[in-house]
Design a protein around this ligand. Structure first.
Ligand code: UDP
Ligand code: MG
Length: 317
């Protein structure tokens, strides 16, 4: 039987921790009883530098239960890096991992189905939301637009799949070979090439606490995702530049015609418009190029993605 490790990134999750621990533990024991996973399977919490009581709660749980493991990071490094930290630590201990958010918005009952698919030979199983009813209008529309854009830009992602997924240890090890600092896991996992499958569920509302993804973080996550996977925006700048050059040729033609036709009035408004418009386009384009250069800068430094303060593990017999 295969040993499962459920990896749970936590950042300021004191409100939900106890419930999450109970529910995941029950699920784990249930799967063990059904002989779907090995007896020494466990839950690995990754404390992503929480500023509230989360770390203490995790440590208490670790002392109390032999199935609880923990990776305590030295500071807050963000959801994606926290996931990698957890996966890396778990890969040495187990045969298969499932990653899930600490607020259990994702339906844990499909984990059993994930394990079945894994036992049937899949290395990657995506948890896919069958609908977005629990999201507000804003999150729903922006998320849908984002997935469409990603697809158009040529990144391979699974629609409506977040970071609720099963990965075999083999897949985790492959994933760890992607050394980029700018991590966008859901774009990389689709590139691993191993056999994959999907399980479907409907997502619940966050049971307590507030989202750790405010609009600012969501936006930077989206920009990260796009610029990590596609250079199309850079090419679009060139196309846009060409297009504007053509337009300005037309404008020049127009100005010449009206000048020689004796009508000089249309002068200043068209001038203002073109200056502002062009200025805007230039600033935007420089910013976009800068985004990529910034990425190159960060990647060349090869900084570690996270620093581990301690790993809480149990003696292996
Ligand atoms: N998270 C993290 N580090 C961060 C932000 C979030 O580890 O800097 C974790 C958080 O504890 C949760 C998961 O990432 O387990 C997803 O966050 P959240 O549920 O707030 O996002 P949402 O569901 O609103 O997109
Ligand atoms: Mg959530």
């Amino acid at each position: 039987m295969k040993r499962l490790m459920i990896v749970v990134p936590c950042f300021n999750e004191q409100e939900v921790f106890e419930t999450t621990l109970t529910e995941l533990s029950n699920l784990l024991f249930d799967l063990i009883k059904k002989e779907k996973i090995a007896k020494n399977s466990g839950i690995m919490f990754v404390d992503d530098g929480s500023r509230d009581d989360t770390r203490r709660l995790i440590c208490d749980a670790y002392k109390k239960y032999s199935h609880v493991y923990a990776v305590n990071l030295a500071g807050n490094v963000g959801h994606q890096n926290a996931l990698v930290a957890g996966l890396e630590a778990a890969a040495d201990l187990c045969d298969v991992t499932v990653t899930i958010d600490a607020d259990l918005q994702d339906d844990i009952s499909v984990i059993e189905e994930m394990i079945d698919k894994f036992n049937a030979g899949c290395d990657v199983v995506y948890g896919v939301r069958s609908n977005r009813k629990t999201d507000g209008f804003f999150k729903r529309t922006t998320a849908t637009a984002f997935y469409k854009l990603m697809k158009w830009l040529g990144a391979k992602t699974v629609d409506n799949h977040a970071d609720f997924r099963l990965l075999s240890t083999r897949a985790v090890k492959a994933l760890l070979q992607y050394e980029e600092r700018n991590l966008f896991l859901r774009g990389i996992v689709t590139r691993l090439g191993y056999k994959s499958a999907c399980v479907y569920y409907s997502r619940q509302k966050r049971m307590a606490g507030t989202t750790k993804y405010p609009f600012r973080k969501m936006l930077s996550f989206a920009v990260e995702g796009i610029t990590s996977f596609s250079v199309k925006p850079l090419k679009m700048i060139m196309a846009l530049g060409l297009f504007i050059i053509l337009c300005s040729l037309l404008a020049i033609l127009y100005v010449l015609v009206s000048f020689f036709g004796g009508n000089a009035d249309a002068g200043w408004p068209s001038l203002m418009i073109s200056i502002w418009f062009l200025g805007g386009v230039q600033l935007f384009s420089i910013g976009l190029v800068g985004e990529y250069i910034g990425k190159i800068y960060l990647e060349t430094k090869k900084r570690p993605r996270y620093n581990i303060e301690e790993i809480l593990s149990h003696n292996e017999e």
